[in-house]
Ligand binder design. Structure first.
Ligand SMILES: [Zn+2]
Length: 447
């Protein structure tokens, strides 16, 4: 038997009405077991640039990597393609499924670089197709075929830098679309027992559970964490009140800030990308309708607006307290200028680097009777309303007022974090290499 390595990339099979590419992946893993394939990694769940205009809900792509008997290649491809067609919402507008097959024991650097680009900026189908041709990969797509872009990206993202895990549990079909039934107390307890090695289980600001999505998709809940072991343990601590049909552990770029690209100058940032950029607050925060907070930052090259929207919670409260002269590093998605709005960064995080002095200016007190004096006009001196004395030489008092915020990193509330946003809890737990560690035996149900 001759063995080879295959990578299957999948993207955008889900539509607004339901369906889910991770679910298709979980079913496909079970189907592939029938061909005695040997998985060489957990299924990859790769979140792409959250800022592309045509994304579906989560903009996630999936990848399976396995060794197989070359004699079974046609059967494997046919099984994958058939299942993909069955699960793809091909008739729905805005759903553009793609599937890519790639045979190689190594992922070329060119493909890895392509994947990084799909996480931080815009990639065209033309770029994807020409790379597929050069690599000798095979691709199939429906509708606009844009899903091929993500399917190829999932193959190229080998997650050798920072990465996380997610265990996703699925519902039985009769429950799809119904309210999810789960013991919420058990989720708070699980969070307590597994912290800081799991994240985004609950929104502490609102005291709300966030492992369960809303909507009609087959996902029951997903638990994110630092290792396959810990998400398994967390899974055992959660008490579902409806059947779990199947579950699977994915390795992912979620919670790693992979979408953010550090930029040096403000004039270099482009719409549809997500950036980290330094600047000095140049226009004070103002509150616009719907309680959003907008302020401006500048550097030697340009000036842009930064927006903290209402659901960002504490981040918005911090933004409101900034003042002209503060230096900050902002993290977020760049939105293009419109007729009424300049180029705007939608904030995910703010790092306050330094705070300028806040000085309060007041009229002096009357030396005669201690009442606060009235100004008689610019450089005209002061007059006391009580005793009638006039003072030509007194100056206004200037006092330094303590600032209400401190330098440091502030992150949007858990409920408004993107899949890719690195949460506070993960700081200090970043992985910087893919150490070879054997996969745990029980990484999905039916094993
Ligand atoms: Zn007086």
């Amino acid at each position: 038997m001759r063995k080879q390595t295959m990578h299957i990339g999948l993207d955008d099979t889900d539509s607004k009405k339901g369906g889910c590419t991770t679910y298709l992946t979980a079913v496909l893993v079970e189907e592939l077991r029938k061909f005695n394939v040997e998985f060489i990694d957990y299924p990859g769940l790769i979140r792409l640039n959250p800022n592309v205009p045509w994304k579906t809900r989560g903009n996630g792509a999936l990848c399976l990597r396995f060794n197989y008997d070359t004699g079974l290649e046609d059967d494997i491809k046919e099984t994958a393609t058939t299942l993909w067609e069955e699960h793809s919402s091909v008739k729905e507008k805005g759903t553009d499924p793609g599937i890519v097959f790639y045979r190689n024991s190594k992922i070329p650097d060119e493909l890895k670089a392509y994947s990084k680009k799909t996480e931080t900026s815009i990639v065209t189908l033309k770029e994807a197709m020409s790379l597929i041709k050069r690599l000798g990969a095979e691709a199939l797509g429906f509708n606009s075929c844009r899903g091929i872009i993500g399917a190829l990206a999932a193959i190229g993202e080998t997650l050798e830098d920072d990465y996380t895990y997610e265990l996703i549990a699925y519902r039985t079909p009769e429950n799809w679309g119904k309210k999810r039934r789960i013991d919420e107390e058990s989720i708070f307890e699980m969070d307590k027992q597994t912290t800081p090695y799991t994240f985004n289980n609950v929104d502490t600001e609102k005291g709300r559970v966030i492992i369960t999505p809303r909507g009609p998709d087959p996902i029951f809940f997903g638990i994110r964490g630092e290792s396959a072991q810990i998400v398994n343990k967390a899974f055992s601590l959660v008490k579902p009140l409806e059947p779990v049909e199947r579950w699977m552990v994915f390795r992912s770029n979620q919670g790693t800030d992979a979408h953010l690209k550090r930029m040096e100058t403000l004039n270099a940032i482009e719409p549809y990308s997500s950036v980290i950029i330094k600047g000095t607050v140049s226009l004070a925060p103002r509150i616009v309708p719907l309680r959003h907070v907008i302020f401006s930052i500048k550097d030697d090259s340009s000036q842009v607006d930064c927006a903290a929207y209402e659901p960002t919670g504490d981040l918005r409260k911090i933004a409101r307290e900034l003042q002209v002269g503060d230096t900050v590093e902002v993290y977020g998605a760049v939105h293009k200028a419109t007729a009424t709005k300049p180029l705007t960064i939608n904030l995910e995080k703010i790092k306050i680097l330094s705070l300028s002095e806040k000085i309060m200016t007041e009229n002096p007190m009357c030396p005669n009777c201690s009442k606060r004096l009235k100004s008689m006009g610019k450089n005209q001196g002061f007059r006391c309303e009580k005793c009638g004395s006039k003072y030509a030489d007194l100056k206004k008092n200037q006092t330094v007022v303590p600032r209400t915020i401190k330098p440091g990193l502030y992150i949007t509330s858990t409920r408004s974090q993107r899949h890719l946003t690195k949460p506070q809890r993960r700081y200090g737990q970043e992985k910087n290499s893919l150490k070879h560690m054997p996969m745990i035996d029980k990484w999905h149900s039916f094993t």
